[in-house]
Design a protein around this ligand. Sequence first.
Ligand code: GLU
Length: 509
Amino acid sequence: MEEKKVRVRFAPSPTGGLHLGGVRTVLYNYLFARQHQGTFIVRIEDTDQTRFVDGAEQYIFDCLEWCGMVPDESPVHGGAFGPYRQSERKADYRQYAEKLVKDGHAYYAFDTPEELEKMRNDFKTAENPSPQYDGHTRMQMKNSLTLEPTEVESLLAAGTRHVIRIKMPSDETISFTDMIHEEVSFESGLVDDKVLLKADGMPTYHLAVVVDDHAMQITHAFRGEEWLSSAPVHILLWKYLFGIEHMPKWAHLPLIMGPGGKLSKRDGAKYGFPVFAMNWTDPKTNELTEGFKERGFLPEAFINLLAVLGWNDGSEQELFSLEELVEKFSLERVHKAGAKFDFEKAKWFNHEWIKKLPVSRYSNTVKSILAADGINITDEVYLNKVLELVKDRCSLLTDFTQQSAYFFRAPETLDEAAVKPKWNEDKADFFSVFIDRLAAIREWEFSEIENQFKLLAAEKNIKPGELQLPMRIMLVGGKFGPAVFEIAAIIGKEETIARIRKALIIFNA
Ligand code: GLU
């Protein structure tokens, strides 16, 4: 049989920020598609109109673009299998739901919220504290299985609010082979009669995912492990509607855990889990949330750390570019157990990528980070020189503010406590003479500045080591940064002399 062309999809609901788990799902989809010269589709699952957030769809596409994973088909990128927004496919779903009713696999249910509540109370027992709408209860409820056909007709004709539910078989073992979990089976009798079509005519996820995966000819579906328990419903729908042989292969991806177990909302706030800040207030936390991008992560690092959260290539290698991942990724090496997210490790990845990439790759981002701090860059060549010099000291792009600001403006405060206890007249004398020596240098270069410094120290009989820290504080303001003569070489002669002069006044006071 001819192999089908690989078609995979990411199916986000536009209801909030895009988080770690979601992006990892996109990544595995994307890698799999690229690896098999397949098609990567983004389908927007916007059938839950109560949870709709304006701007969330655009936000998803912006995040994907930032990560470097551009879809082949989507509501924005087009394609031959549209519409790619579920809300625009509404009419299709009802047809399929009606077909299921006609074939005896689903039924109309007219129960009001009060009647559902009453069922949950009436059937509650010690063994079964939260009874469901299922094989045990459905025959006591108000639906097309219990009512006379004529009554059902007239309720429908009168436009009575109703949903369509799947009728789960009472004793079928439903099995399938998951690409990660291997053989999985479920007892149909334990699964409730899930709603397929809601009262507003919109499908639930269960119906929509099957209808759409079929319509879009999806061959492999990657989704979070939280969906594994609903897989039996989807398998039955495939069987009833399209034939099980057409069902995509499933991969249920393990959850991402926080340092203390499941990722909590607090972890999210602390570590900036969404990819980007959202430009709306998160209804759950009532806060504008910061994301990885704003925290100063590079997309290269973000993709890399996500890829290895739950996968490895079997070697010691930890750094992978997107191209390398396309080449090396394999589903067989995706772990079954949940992966642990560690923010310190995430920063390590970013640090490695800051060092690895040419500074021109992120200099524009750093430029805007510096601008937010009032430093406006006009000389790009100078900026790149500075970034090259300090990049080894930065884990996050935002670290460049502290690590490079003093190359653009004199420090506002000096760490006097680091200098004053050991400051004396000899040192004061050294620096005032040093200013003249610096002024006389013709070739303003690192080695010459260092040379003059050492010569004068020897003349004055002071250990150069004792003078280096004061010099650093004079130029930088604090005890950090690369070699001090290197800094002097970059900021220039006039600026070096001016900073030493100004600091001398403070230290001598
Ligand atoms: N809308 C579902 C979600 O956001 C999609 C799951 C799937 O990929 O089928 O989790």
